[in-house]
Design a protein around this ligand. Sequence first.
Ligand SMILES: Cc1cc(C(=O)N2CCN(C)CC2)sc1-c1cc(O)c2nc[nH]c(=O)c2c1
Ligand SMILES: [Mg+2]
Length: 214
Amino acid sequence: TGTSRPQRMLKAVQKNATKGDPQSVISAIDYYCRHKEWAMNVGDDKGLILDSVLMEVNPSTVLELGTYCGYSTVRIARLMSPGSKLITVEFNPAFAEVARQIIAYAGLQDKVTLVEGSSGDLIPKMKERFGIKYFDFVFLDHWKDSYAPDTKLLEDCGLLKKGTVLLADNVICPGAPEYLKYVRNSPRYESRYYKSNLEYTKAEDGLEKSVFLG
Ligand SMILES: Cc1cc(C(=O)N2CCN(C)CC2)sc1-c1cc(O)c2nc[nH]c(=O)c2c1
Ligand SMILES: [Mg+2]
């Protein structure tokens, strides 16, 4: 058996990054995944778009669906203002365990609440469990078939407000056609596609930014 890909990624962070320095954690992961072993982090190309959309919103509350190893969690939390909160949801316990360690290595554990479980189960509990009124920013990066149902669930649970920004990864590769149809045809969203590359490859992928209009 031996180590898993996430465990090898954690080792690369512990070896090559500086504790408490989020940028060095991001660079260590990008270097490892580009030169040693591909992994499904949002990556550096799409990461720059994520950074810029995030900075534009400057959110107080963020929901991330799909933590994986915590790469985008670190990317997002490093740019968030003091007192702001990021809740990240991960279904896979092995991924969650590695993510906790990578987030802590970056020194961002105080901004981040990592919750293990299914997004469909957890979204209706956000208000009661975490005292969240609504989210200013949502990063969808878990599973393409869950993007649309989870977006509808966020609406129904009153967790979106006028101006909330949804940013979805992988709308081209692996692809989220049902989600694109939903946000692009709904009068309740203003959507735009940011063309980029699938992480660490030359293949096309992109991010869809959708502003909830209330
Ligand atoms: C697992 C996988 C394989 C992909 C691919 O086309 N490949 C060809 C090229 N080679 C190099 C890599 C593999 S793309 C992708 C993927 C990428 C994400 O960003 C994801 N984000 C969230 N949840 C996912 O399930 C998710 C899957
Ligand atoms: Mg992704």
